[in-house]
Write a protein that binds this ligand. Structure first.
Ligand code: FMN
Length: 358
């Protein structure tokens, strides 16, 4: 297959490959999309500080995440409705994840069931993203199903008490008209389909730290709180039993004009980085972005939209190529910065870039 060589080309091809409304759902952000754009730009505002002549013949991408040794620091971020990108949806993503030894986080609003994904790809290292639903019984059932089907962590999304203002979705008829597969709804005793615009009604706006505490104490799985942007919230997450946090703006899809994750990350690492795992996502488009995240203290880096562009362009093979491109670039960056080991990075490898002041 003739697959693109760079992530921007994947995005361009994806735009031509899927319906406009679906593309806008995947690509879009909240409000004026300032945080969406800055999520990419923030990594580019960091300059690298390479060390030379250090024998770059041996590199290692290995890191430790939630106490487990992993071959590299990438994780597929939870993203809803993946069948809008490719007919197999999350199953295609899972094949790409297995092929590249990348953990994948399945979304509550996935178009593939918790059990179905586990059965289709038993070799997948899988995590489950939890939305605390109005129906707490259904929330508990989802979390129990995840544990029963070999998911290794719960990622509790904290930045969606209500949905962000997403104007691209309002504009496209997509949001209002087409019902999407949502197998998780069967646990609420409903048909497993719903239009995207209605899914927001499932979320419980009363969600608080108590829910995190309950999930952390009731589930045998480690809980990561996703959508943390402040050091004091990271501290609260730890106080309420979290095993880690994901510094994230939800890909710029929730509150517009919040700091990009790359800028929010350092104070959070300073606050809790010695106690729990800090992960980061948002705007990671190059291996050098991954390296910068690690240098700022993240243990692992989640990748969102690029995986969707891979799926839309070439199904599982496309998503696999996207992950391979990022891993190849990371390996190259480890050689050229002289860092050599993904778990040996620190802030001395990055500095504020002078070009960012212009
Ligand atoms: C189409 C789409 C759907 C998403 N759905 C979810 C979701 O259901 N739950 C969640 O916690 N995050 C969701 N996210 C946010 C991602 O997990 C992640 O934080 C973000 O996409 C990372 O930014 P990036 O796309 O720039 O890599 C979604 C993101 C996209 C693009």
């Amino acid at each position: 297959v003739d697959l693109p060589l760079t992530l921007p080309e994947f995005e361009e091809r994806a735009a031509g490959a899927i319906e406009r409304g679906a593309f806008d759902y995947f690509a879009g952000g909240a409000g004026d999309e300032i945080t969406l754009r800055d999520s990419v730009a923030a990594w580019q505002r960091l300059a690298l500080r390479p060390r030379v002549l250090v024998d770059a013949s041996r590199r290692s991408l290995e890191v430790t995440v939630l106490g487990r040794r992993r071959p590299h620091p990438l994780i597929v971020a939870p993203m809803a409705h993946q069948r809008l990108a490719t007919p197999d949806g999350e199953r295609a993503t899972a094949r790409a994840a297995v092929a590249t030894q990348t953990p994948m986080c399945l979304a509550t609003l996935a178009s593939t069931g918790i059990d179905e994904l586990a059965a289709a790809e038993p070799g997948l290292t899988r995590w489950f993203q939890v939305y605390v639903l109005r129906d707490r019984g259904a929330t508990t059932a989802l979390v129990e199903a995840a544990a029963a089907h070999g998911y290794e962590a719960l990622v509790v999304t904290a930045d969606v008490p209500v949905l962000g203002v997403r104007e691209r979705d309002r504009r496209s008829r997509f949001e209002t008209e087409e019902a999407q597969e949502l197998p998780a709804l069967r646990l609420l005793g409903r048909e497993g389909r719903m239009i995207v615009g209605e899914t927001a009604s499932l979320f419980d706006p009363t969600v608080t730290w108590r829910d995190v505490e309950r999930l952390a104490s009731e589930s045998p799985l480690p809980v990561l709180v996703k959508g943390i942007l402040l050091a004091e919230d990271a501290r609260r997450a730890v106080d309420h039993g979290a095993a880690g946090v994901v510094v994230s703006t939800h890909g710029g899809r929730q509150l517009d004009t919040v700091l990009a994750s790359a800028d929010a990350l350092p104070p959070i690492v300073d606050e809790v980085g010695d106690e729990v795992d800090v992960l980061v996502d948002g705007g990671v488009r190059r291996g050098t972005d991954v390296l910068k995240g690690l240098a700022l203290g993240a243990r692992a880096v989640m990748v969102g939209r690029p995986v969707i562009w891979g799926l839309a362009t070439g199904g599982a093979a496309g998503a696999q190529r996207v992950l391979e491109l990022l891993l190849g670039e990371l390996d190259n960056a480890l050689a050229l910065t002289g860092a050599l080991h993904a778990d040996g990075l620190d802030r001395s490898f990055v500095q504020h870039a002078p070009w960012a002041n212009h």
